[in-house]
Write a protein that binds this ligand. Structure first.
Ligand code: ADP
Ligand code: TYD
Length: 213
């Protein structure tokens, strides 16, 4: 692979159930991509923009507010629309590589598969929301909920507080979606941090090669 090919800008999202190790792996991948010549922009969904961070606070930390599943789904979408327009699209346009903690796939798994919103509704609002900006690659960190849950500590946010049975449905949802959602690499996240990172680097290299063709 030439340097030009390896530094081709990419949009990569990380997903998986809570406690899967997304932030740990994203930080390690940032280092590797930076060494390869990528200018990396980090973001999180929901969040990153000022509006998005306020929506995130409402969604995850204002647990006293009752949110209907449709409201919740739309708030995640609203935060994402702002993130796409303010951060992701401009970063891609200026040749930067974007690593995003979660993206549309999480909406489909959490609010669709696990909370019961019609999947076609989530997909169609999602299509409108991302407005053609989709990840080149989604890293899906897969592990059983009873391994991930104890990693979460005591202060559970609104989604984590839904419990282990909910996380089981989220995991099943992610795995089903991996068969239809574009360019998902499912990585066994029960392994040690270095082994997972090397599997992720393998998936990124493979995708870079495909895109260079
Ligand atoms: N492969 C792993 N094995 C064991 N513990 C891990 C692994 N990856 C991450 N952790 C730990 O699990 C916790 C959650 O990891 P984090 O990267 O914050 O996950 P997420 O961003 O998916 O919530 C952290 O304490 C982290 O050190
Ligand atoms: C993007 C997105 C996230 N979520 C949930 C998944 C997580 O529980 C939560 C975001 O938290 P997360 O990204 O796991 O951050 P942290 O590591 O700080 O807890 O929001 C949805 O339910 N739908 C969505 O569309």
């Amino acid at each position: 692979m030439t340097n030009t090919q390896s530094a081709r800008p990419l949009f990569i999202s990380f997903d998986g159930i809570d406690g899967a190790g997304k932030s740990t792996q994203r930080d390690l991948l940032t280092q590797w991509l930076t060494d390869m010549g990528h200018e990396v922009v980090l973001c999180r969904d929901p969040g990153t923009t000022e509006a998005g961070e306020r929506i995130r606070d409402l969604l995850l930390h204002r647990k006293e507010l009752e949110l209907h599943p449709r409201t919740e789904m739309l708030l995640y979408m609203a935060a994402r629309a702002q993130l796409v327009d303010d951060v992701i699209r401009p970063a891609i346009a200026s040749g930067k590589t974007v690593l995003c903690d979660r993206f549309l796939l999480a909406n489909i798994a959490y609010q669709g598969h696990a909370s019961g919103i019609d999947l076609e509704d989530v997909r169609s609002v999602g299509k409108f929301t991302v407005d053609h900006v989709m990840p080149d690659l989604t890293i899906l960190l897969d592990l059983p909920e009873d391994v991930a849950f104890p990693r979460l500590g005591k202060n559970l946010d609104r989604m984590e507080a839904k419990g282990v049975a909910f996380m089981h449905r989220v995991r099943e949802g992610f795995l089903k979606e991996a068969e239809v959602y574009p360019h998902v690499a499912v990585i066994d996240a029960t392994q040690d941090i270095e082994t997972i990172q090397s599997a992720i680097r393998g998936a990124v290299s493979k995708r870079l090669e495909e895109l260079a063709k």
